[in-house]
Design a protein around this ligand. Structure first.
Ligand code: FAD
Length: 487
């Protein structure tokens, strides 16, 4: 049978491997780290377990698809539940909101605690769903086909409804027109951060994101996020896919303009197909560094998405007012994004996200304790000095949380690990430590992502968060599907 080599065991790499194995390819994955998952990793420390990267699961059917494709029952590998409470929000002015999945309860909550009315919430939901219907079949679920794709039935529909995509103003401008209560503007602006963008620059089209969460549901894997990887690796093993760990790919081998294999630790591995799940910037600049003429310079120069600073805290107390997902907003959102995107610094009053998987999976923390994944958005790594700002951020986050929770949180931390943009860059070879590939801070960003099939090099394919259709688990899984269809 034909042989495919996958560079990297991130979620997209594993998904692409599964799809090709089902097609009959002999598939081998090379991963530089000692375990699979890439950014989707876990930390076990001091009797606490943390999901190290992604914490919010949307569109889980894309994971189920892989088990079904292989003729298996998804629930035998991976189980998840839909959340009734999507997220709890804490505002600087003391407002507290619970985002219920149930629309009636959600509307009741918002109209009780803010000055917003139901019509605005309903208009937002309808608009978000419309953008999804118009963009998903054309921009997300298929190979990027340039102008050609506009001449499909779905493409034509999108073309005829271009103004509904709201691409000519920013997300923030659109939300300001939609809502009269500033708290709702901030609530909906935050969705820009789901792909590492800035709501004051990203097009209104990104108002599609709330539909993925509020419209289609937020989910939690019963055994934590890392169970996604465990389940897929189990399936991959059954399909005969070979995983090689501690195995950095050093070079993609070309015969003229055709990929013919890879070099791993000095060994030549021949293949009919090479799929890179490695960040596209590093793929060209390290594995193809001897072929600068084949580099898509313009694509590689795109602005990167933001990065993250994460504190994994074992907390020696339980907080009944917190849920699985919790947001503590900054008082001045515009100033926060200006600091991140213009000054490329950490803001002194950051919006803090806390994920506590032990709320739904108690064994992730010892009795009486909780595992806090505490994340703020920070700029990507352009060589800033991070040490001092990270220390300052830790102090600012603790002051803020202690005030809002009426408890000296610093005294409750009994275990700690930290992840900053430099770690994200070195651990998963993510250019600049960006967590979602390119930013979507321009209306052209969707068109500028690297395609899933190399235009210059035959038999070379790309999947993962740094290429089309973009970052985040669902889009990474779609990239793998597009690669397999292209092959
Ligand atoms: P990656 O995870 O980037 O993995 C690439 C793999 O390739 C790595 O294992 C790396 O070691 C390996 N590799 C690289 N170079 C080589 C080489 N030369 N040889 C061999 N192996 C190599 N997404 C969501 O959907 N929801 C969330 O809530 C969410 N939150 C996030 C929070 C954080 C802190 C982070 C960091 C990310 C978050 N994301 C979230 C984004 C999500 O994690 C990523 O989009 C996704 O996991 C990327 O997967 P990938 O397939 O692109 O590969």
């Amino acid at each position: 049978s034909k042989k495919a080599v996958v560079i990297g065991a991130g979620i997209a790499g594993i998904a692409a491997a599964i799809r090709l194995a089902v097609k009959g390819y002999a598939v081998e994955i090379f991963e530089v780290n000692t375990s699979p998952g890439g950014k989707l990793a876990e930390i076990n420390k001091d009797k606490f377990r943390f999901d190290a990267g992604p914490s919010l699961l949307t569109l889980p059917q894309y994971i189920d698809d892989l088990f079904e494709l292989a003729g298996k029952k998804p629930a035998d590998y991976f189980e998840y539940q839909q959340l009734d409470v999507i997220c709890k929000y804490f505002y600087a002015d003391g407002t507290k909101l619970t985002a219920y999945a149930d629309r009636e309860k959600f509307e009741q909550e918002i109209t009780t605690h803010t000055t917003e009315n139901r019509d605005a919430l309903r208009n937002q939901a309808a608009k978000s769903a419309t953008i999804y219907e118009l963009t998903s079949p054309v921009f997300l679920e298929r190979a990027f086909g340039g102008l050609k794709m506009l001449f499909t039935k779905a493409g034509l529909k999108t073309l005829l409804n271009l103004e509904k995509l709201d691409a000519t103003r920013t997300m923030h401008e659109a939300n300001q027109q939609m809502f009269k209560d500033e708290r709702m503007v901030q609530f909906y602006d935050r969705y820009a951060t789901y792909n590492g963008s800035n709501p004051y620059a990203a097009p209104g089209t990104l108002n599609v994101i709330p539909h993925l969460e509020q419209g289609m549901g937020a989910y939690f894997p019963n055994e934590g996020m890392y169970a996604i990887i465990t389940g897929l690796v189990k399936l991959a093993g059954e399909l005969g896919i070979k995983f090689n760990y501690n195995s950095p790919v050093d070079e993609i081998l070309l015969d003229g303009k055709t990929a013919k294999g890879v070099k791993v630790l000095g060994n030549v591995i021949n293949a009919d197909i090479v799929i890179s799940n490695m960040d596209v910037w590093f793929t060209y600049n390290t594995l193809l560094k001897n072929h600068p003429k084949l580099h898509p310079q313009k694509t590689l120069k795109q602005e990167r998405s933001s990065s993250a600073l994460v504190f994994y805290w074992g907390i020696n107390k339980k907080f009944s007012q917190l849920d699985l997902h919790n947001i503590f907003f900054s008082a001045d959102y515009k100033a926060e994004f200006d600091q991140i995107w213009k000054e490329k610094n950490i803001y002194h009053d950051p919006t803090v996200y806390i994920n506590i998987s032990s709320k739904l999976r108690p064994k992730d923390a010892p009795p009486g304790c909780e595992n806090w994944f505490v994340m703020i958005i920070v700029p990507s790594n352009s060589g800033q000095n991070w040490d001092e700002p990270v220390k300052a951020a830790r102090a600012n986050i603790l002051t803020k949380l202690s005030g809002l929770l009426n408890e000296d949180v610093s005294k409750l931390i009994i275990s700690e690990s930290i992840l900053d943009p430099r770690d994200i860059e070195t651990r998963t070879l993510s250019y600049q430590g960006s967590i979602y590939g390119n930013s979507s801070n321009s209306q052209f960003a969707a068109f500028m992502r690297h395609r899933n099939q190399s235009a210059q090099i035959k038999n070379l394919y790309f999947c993962g968060g740094s290429v089309h259709p973009g970052g985040g688990i669902p889009l990474c899984l779609l990239s793998a599907k597009i690669v397999s269809e292209a092959i």
